[in-house]
Design a protein around this ligand. Structure first.
Ligand SMILES: Cc1ncc(COP(=O)(O)O)c(C=O)c1O
Length: 380
C-alpha cells in the first residue's frame, strides 16, 4: 500500500534507541529520563484505594475535580497566583499530550513557532504535523543562555507561538527572572501564545528559583503552563500531566482534547489528588534530587569530562571533548557497547544535529547505579 508520510524526516525517538541498546548490552541506563527506583508506597496505596472505592469509570473530561483542585492549591502555594479549576486547568495524558494538543489547537499551516534548541523531541514533530514551521534558536554550551536580541530578530508577523522550557532538558539551565521579563516585553501587544513546558518545576537546586510563566501577568494571559505529575512523583509510566491557561485559550484547547483523549486514567488521578494534600509530596523533591546530582558529580569529578552542575531537572550534561573527537552519537553508542553506560547524545535535540560534544546523563537513579556509572566514566 502506498502512503505519503506526513512526517517524512522524523526518525524513531532517541530514547527508544538508546534504551533498546542499553537493554541489549546490559548497560547501566542513564539515558531515558525516568527513575529506576520505586515511588512512594503511600501514593501506590492511595491509587489502589481509589480503584477499590469505585474510581474506575471515565473521569470528568477536564480532569478529576479533586485533582484540579489540588493543582490549583499547589500553584497558589508556589507561585502566588491562581487558575480556576473549572475553566482554566485540564488534566492530560502526560505533558506530551498537553504540548501536542496546545500546538494542534493553535498552529495553522505556515504559522511560525520559535523553539529553543536543544529541545525536547516532541516539539518539532507536533509543529510539523500541523503544517507549522519551527524557527529554531540554537543555544550553545556551556551555559545555554537565551540571546533575546536573536529572539527579537527571528520574531515576525507569522510568529504564532514561542515554546520555552525551564528548567531545561537537556542542559539543566533555568530561565532567570530577567529572562522572563524580556520574554514578556517582547510578546506584549502581540497575539503570540507561549507554551511553557515546566515539567521539572519541582527539581531546582542550590539557590535557584523557578520563574513560572504564570507569575508574570502579561505572560500568564497568553501562556499554556504545562507540567507532568508522572515525572514529579517518580511514575513516568502513569502518563499524567496537566496544563493551565486563561479561559479563552483553554476553551479552544478543550474542543480538541474532548475528541482526542476525552478523559485521563481515573484512579491514578484520584490517588495523586489525595497524595498532593500534603505539600511535602512535591516540596521535598529538590533536596532529594540535589543529593543524587551531587553523588553523581562526586563520582565524575576526577574524570576527563567537563561539566557545570545542573541547576534543575534530573539531567547532567557532560562535555567529552577532551576524551575523543567522535561525534556524540558514535561515542554514546561506544559507551554502551564497550563500557556499559547509556546516555543520550544531545545532537538529536539540536538544529541540523549540531554536535556540541556533550552527552546527557539522567541522575534519577539509585545511588548504586550512579556510583557505578561514575566509576566507569572516570576510567575513560
Ligand atoms: C521537557 C520535557 N517535556 C515533556 C516531557 C514529557 O512528559 P510526560 O511524560 O508527562 O509526557 C518530558 C519527558 O521527558 C520532558 O523532558
Amino acid at each position: 500500500m502506498r502512503h505519503e508520510s506526513k512526517l517524512p524526516n522524523i526518525e524513531t525517538t532517541i530514547f527508544a534507541v538508546m534504551s533498546g541498546l542499553a537493554n541489549k548490552y546490559g548497560a547501566l541506563n542513564l539515558s531515558q529520563g525516568y527513575p529506576n527506583f520505586k515511588g512512594d508506597q503511600k501514593l501506590y496505596d492511595l491509587v489502589n484505594k481509589a480503584m477499590n472505592s469505585g474510581y474506575n469509570q471515565y473521569a470528568h473530561m477536564y480532569g478529576c475535580p479533586e485533582l484540579r483542585l489540588a493543582i490549583k492549591n499547589k500553584i497558589e502555594l508556589l507561585y502566588n497566583t491562581s487558575y480556576d479549576p473549572e475553566t482554566e486547568i485540564t488534566v492530560t495524558v502526560g505533558a506530551t499530550q498537553a504540548i501536542y494538543t496546545t500546538i494542534s489547537t493553535f498552529i495553522h499551516k505556515d504559522d511560525e513557532v520559535i523553539v529553543f534548541r536543544p529541545a525536547y523531541d516532541s516539539y518539532i514533530p507536533s509543529i510539523e504535523i500541523n503544517g507549522g514551521i519551527p524557527i529554531s534558536i540554537q543555544l550553545k554550551k556551556p551555559d545555554f543562555r537565551v540571546d533575546w536580541q536573536e529572539v527579537k530578530q527571528k520574531m515576525s508577523s507569522k510568529t504564532k507561538m514561542i515554546i520555552i522550557n525551564s528548567p531545561h532538558n537537556p542542559s539543566g539551565t533555568m530561565l532567570t527572572h530577567d529572562d522572563m521579563l524580556k520574554l514578556q516585553e517582547l510578546t506584549k501587544g502581540t497575539n503570540i501564545i507561549i507554551l511553557s513546558d515546566e515539567v521539572y518545576e519541582h527539581l531546582i537546586f542550590d539557590d535557584e528559583k523557578h520563574h513560572s510563566a504564570c507569575m508574570f501577568p502579561d505572560l500568564k494571559s497568553r501562556s499554556f503552563v504545562v507540567s507532568s505529575l508522572g515525572k514529579t512523583f517518580h511514575n513516568t509510566g502513569w502518563k499524567i500531566g496537566y496544563c493551565c491557561a486563561p479561559q479563552d485559550l483553554m476553551d479552544e484547547f478543550r474542543k480538541l482534547h474532548q475528541f482526542t483523549v476525552f478523559s485521563v486514567n481515573h484512579p491514578t488521578q484520584k490517588g495523586i489528588a489525595d497524595y498532593m494534600e500534603d505539600p511535602n509530596s512535591y516540596l521535598q523533591l529538590s533536596e532529594f534530587f540535589q543529593k543524587k546530582r551531587d553523588l553523581f558529580l562526586e563520582h565524575v569529578k576526577d574524570s576527563r569530562f567537563k561539566f557545570i552542575p545542573s541547576k534543575g531537572t534530573y539531567f547532567q550534561l557532560l562535555d567529552y571533548s577532551e576524551i575523543t573527537d567522535e561525534n556524540d552519537f558514535d561515542f554514546a553508542k561506544r559507551l554502551i557497547v564497550d563500557h556499559g553506560v547509556a546516555s543520550i547524545p544531545t545532537s538529536v535535540f539540536n538544529e541540523n544535529k549540531l554536535d556540541q560534544k556533550v552527552l546527557r546523563f539522567c541522575f534519577a537513579k539509585t545511588d548504586e547505579t550512579l556510583i557505578k556509572a561514575g566509576e566507569i566514566l572516570t576510567k575513560l
